[in-house]
Structure formats: structure tokens, C-alpha cells
Design a protein around this ligand. Structure first.
Ligand SMILES: NC(=O)C1=CN([C@@H]2O[C@H](COP(=O)(O)OP(=O)(O)OC[C@H]3O[C@@H](n4cnc5c(N)ncnc54)[C@H](OP(=O)(O)O)[C@@H]3O)[C@@H](O)[C@H]2O)C=CC1
Ligand SMILES: N[C@@H](CC=O)C(=O)O
Length: 299
């Protein structure tokens, strides 16, 4: 069935208001069904069993949930193709990862790293040509890129996070700490490291969070974090920005993968470097194919 523009617009408006798709009630006349998680899992598996092997049915995971891991793995077993924007299945255990990538021609997850940049395709191309990748450096979070640009322009972090943003294609909504903890970038780093053949888990990655553990989601409610917690961070980040600026540098949230090193965190970088020149939510990704960094690909 094809959804018409009116219906799709209603869906977009619902999500822009921060509501759940489960609350959908449309006047567009389109026939649709809203399924709870357990209903949708059962239906999906039934359909996958029917069409997976015979038609190469593709299951698409556009959630940000860990709950989809089981169904994606069953889909693979039932002969389906799997397509993911969701990073969580690919950053679960090595056992889950091995299952998901067990048929390389049947998995695609281009937007898990670099959003619209063809990062995964380019990296796979280099690796399948037989070249090895020595180093990856990138600014891989549109959200943290935007935050760093805004604090560089003198805005307090609390204001940047709390102000709805009209010009960017994201906003801090229900889970601001997914990005601010560095966890979302760490997941991207893990996906890249595993593509390079590293058999590591999330806990092997050194992650710098923009807030202390006492402001974590298991300690502080999201409203408290947004209204009070962030205010406590403003001074420190502004001091770091000013210190970098005195050296002619800027702060960027950077992912580095090299040898056994895999880390994500704030780095002070020259203003005129590829990452230093970034503004707003743009991403930059660069690989070096030899230790001297003379053979390089940048996106
Ligand atoms: N936004 C971006 O620019 C980019 C996003 N991504 C990735 O794409 C994914 C989606 O991002 P985004 O659209 O911003 O995230 P949202 O949180 O806005 O949307 C996630 C959707 O998934 C639904 N959902 C959550 N859990 C389940 C489940 N168990 N089964 C079925 N559906 C579920 C949610 O339902 P409900 O409506 O009920 O909450 C919601 O509609 C994320 O993994 C993100 O990291 C990747 C690249 C860029
Ligand atoms: N949170 C990411 C988007 C989804 O992966 C970003 O800020 O780039």
C-alpha cells in the first residue's frame, strides 16, 4: 500500500510535536494499522517466514531501540535483507553483530554513520579492494557539531540545548543525553571499528561525556537535567572554548580509531583544519590508508 502526501505530512507533524506514532488518528482516509511492539514483532516474523527466502523481503529498522535486535536477527535467519538506521543492533554483543552481518550482501546500514555521507559504502569499497585502513578521524555527530559551533559563538550550552532549532534537521527532545554523553558517537565509532575487523564492544571505547555521572539518566530526570543540570555545565565549557580560542583553536567532538585506540571526545584543533572549519551540523570523516597519512580519503 502507498501512503499519500497528506497522510505522510500528518505523520511528520505528529513526530514534530514529540508525540508517539502509537497516538496516530488520521482523517486522511488512508487505511492503516497502529501496532504495539509485541504485535508488530509477531506480524513481522510471520511475514518474514513467508516472504524472506522467496522474495528477499527487506526489514527496515528506523527506531533508536534495542528491542529490535531479536527481530532483526530472526529476519536474517528467515532469509530477509536487513536495513538499519538504528545503531543499537550493530553495537550490541559480537555474537549479535556476527549474526546480522553473516550475509554481507543482505545488510545495509549507510545512515548509521555520517547520516547522508556515504561513509559505510566508501569504507567497504576500500576494504573490499584489499587496502587496509590505518586510521579514521571524524566529526561524526551533527548534534555535537552544532553544539560546538554555537558555544564557540558565545552561546551558553544550556541555551543551545534548550532552544528549539528551526534550521537544523534535529532537535534535543526526549533523550538529549544520548548525544551529550558521547554514546551516540561511540556507537558510530564501534560500527566503524568493527567494519575494520576489530572485535571489540562498546566498553572498549574511551568516551568523554559532556556532563558528569551524577547527571546521568539513571540519577537525574530529563526535565531536571534540561532546567538545572545544564546550567552547571555552562561555565566549564565556555572556559574551555575561551582557552582554545587564545591558542587560535576551536573545540570539536572527534572520533579517532587507530591501532588499538578507539576513542571519542572533545579535542582542541586549529581553526583552519578540516574539522576546525566545520560549522553547524556538518560531518567530516577521513581515513588514512598508510601510517604516513599520505593516501587519504576525506568526506
Ligand atoms: N535523525 C537523524 O538525523 C538521524 C538518525 N539516525 C538514526 O535513525 C534512527 C531514527 O532516528 P529519529 O527518527 O531521529 O528517532 P525518533 O526517536 O524520532 O524515531 C524513532 C521511531 O521509532 C519508533 N520506535 C521506537 N521503538 C520501537 C520499536 N521497538 N518498534 C518499532 N518502532 C519503534 C518510535 O515510535 P514512537 O513514535 O512511538 O516513539 C519512533 O517513531 C535512530 O536510530 C537514529 O540514531 C541516523 C542518521 C541520522
Ligand atoms: N544523533 C546523530 C544523528 C543520528 O545518528 C547526530 O547528531 O549526528
Amino acid at each position: 500500500m502507498e501512503f499519500d502526501d497528506k497522510f505522510l505530512l500528518e505523520l511528520c507533524q505528529l513526530k514534530s510535536n514529540g508525540s508517539s506514532l502509537l497516538t496516530l488518528s488520521t482523517t486522511s482516509g488512508v487505511e492503516y494499522q497502529v501496532l504495539t511492539n509485541s504485535d508488530s514483532t509477531t506480524k513481522l516474523i510471520d511475514i518474514a517466514a513467508l516472504l524472506g527466502k522467496s522474495m528477499g523481503l527487506a526489514i527496515v529498522d528506523c527506531s533508536a531501540s534495542s528491542e529490535t535486535i531479536g527481530v532483526m536477527k530472526q529476519g536474517v535467519d528467515l532469509g530477509c535483507c536487513v536495513v538499519m538506521a538504528n545503531k543499537k543492533p550493530l553495537t550490541s554483543t559480537m555474537e549479535d553483530y556476527d549474526k546480522l552481518v553473516s550475509h554481507p550482501r543482505r545488510i545495509r546500514h549507510e545512515s548509521t554513520v555520517g547520516a547522508g555521507l556515504p561513509v559505510i559504502a566508501s569504507l567497504n569499497r576500500i576494504l573490499s579492494s584489499g587496502d587496509s585502513v590505518h586510521r579514521i578521524v571524524g566529526s561524526l555527530s551533527g548534534t555535537l557539531g552544532y553544539v560546538m559551533s554555537e558555544v564557540e559563538d558565545g552561546k551558553p550550552l544550556s541555551q543551545v540545548v534548550n532552544t528549539p532549532n528551526q534550521t537544523q534537521d534535529f532537535c534535543f527532545h526526549l533523550y538529549p543525553r544520548d548525544d551529550l554523553s558521547g554514546m551516540d558517537v561511540a556507537r558510530k565509532a564501534l560500527i566503524l571499528a568493527r567494519l575494520l575487523g576489530r572485535r571489540i564492544n562498546l566498553d572498549s571505547i574511551k568516551i568523554e561525556s559532556l556532563y558528569p555521572k551524577v547527571m546521568g539518566s539513571n540519577v537525574m530526570a530529563v526535565e531536571d537535567f534540561l532546567d538545572n543540570g545544564l546550567l552547571l555545565l555552562d561555565k566549564d565549557i565556555q572556559e574551555r572554548v575561551n582557552k582554545a580560542s587564545l591558542n587560535g583553536n576551536v573545540l570539536r567532538y572527534v572520533c579517532v580509531i587507530e591501532g588499538s585506540r578507539c576513542e571519542v571526545g572533545i579535542q582542541e584543533l586549529p581553526k583552519d583544519s578540516p574539522l576546525g572549519r566545520l560549522r553547524g551540523s556538518d560531518n567530516v570523516y577521513s581515513t588514512s590508508e598508510d601510517t604516513a597519512s599520505t593516501t587519504r580519503m576525506s568526506l
